[in-house]
Design a binder for this molecule. Structure first.
Ligand SMILES: [Zn+2]
Length: 78
């Protein structure tokens, strides 16, 4: 009687582990549940640079490396 129970337990265990193994293999092949969403890399943030408007000539220049215009009274260093 006991060997029969043991055999049943072994079969159940074999089926259980076989099922788990099959699932793992299927997951490796199929890539899991459903198609994987393609991860798009985030675009680099736009270079936000502080600009200031020249009160004399009216052009916007990037602070720090602004280029002055042709006017002699332009406040930007150039
Ligand atoms: Zn200017």
């Amino acid at each position: 009687m006991l060997p029969k129970i043991l055999l049943t337990v072994l079969i159940v265990l074999a089926v259980f582990y076989g099922y788990r193994h099959l699932k793992r293999v299927a997951g490796r092949i199929g890539g899991g549940a459903g198609p994987q969403p393609t991860v798009k890399p985030d675009p680099p943030p736009p270079a936000v640079e502080e600009t200031s408007r020249c009160p004399v000539c009216g052009t916007y220049v990037v602070k720090g490396r602004g280029r002055r215009c042709e006017r002699p009274d332009c406040p930007f260093p150039g």
